[in-house]
Ligand binder design. Sequence first.
Ligand code: SF4
Length: 169
Amino acid sequence: MLFSILSRSACANCKFCCSFRRQSLWETPLFSLEVVEKLNHPNEYGIMGEFAAAETPQGPCAGRLILEDKYRTDDPEEEVPCTFLDPQKGCILKGEDKPFDCSIWPLRVMRKEGELVIALTPTCPAIGVAPSSKLSELVKSGLGEKILEYAQVHPYIVKEYREGFPVLM
Ligand code: SF4
């Protein structure tokens, strides 16, 4: 969704958002229950994921990829890749199976003081800590509305607001 400002090659070479330190596990992408059903059985990708039910105020409505048992050291900086990340090719999932969270990263839908906002994750190496005017414009000229509409139907993608995440809308 952000390819007008984030090139596919930059993302393919980076893969930062597809690996997780323990402290970043809250950002592990959430999969719809239909996709979980597909990916935790033998499937076209040849890789099965392990998922935990993600609880929301509306009840379990998504699956969170379990990566906790993949760490090999006690180093808090150790990063574990997403089960569906191929080190050479990048994400192996087709668009329809890829979590919405992943398709909008580094944007996030967050709840701030009771309101839904679109915020920027300030750790994306390609975008940086502050939103550019081009990114703000992209969000305000339709993309933000589209993301908020999706969040209304799929409330499990909403994260609680965290300090340091610039709000774009
Ligand atoms: S599902 Fe794909 S895009 Fe999302 S974190 Fe995993 S490898 Fe990356």
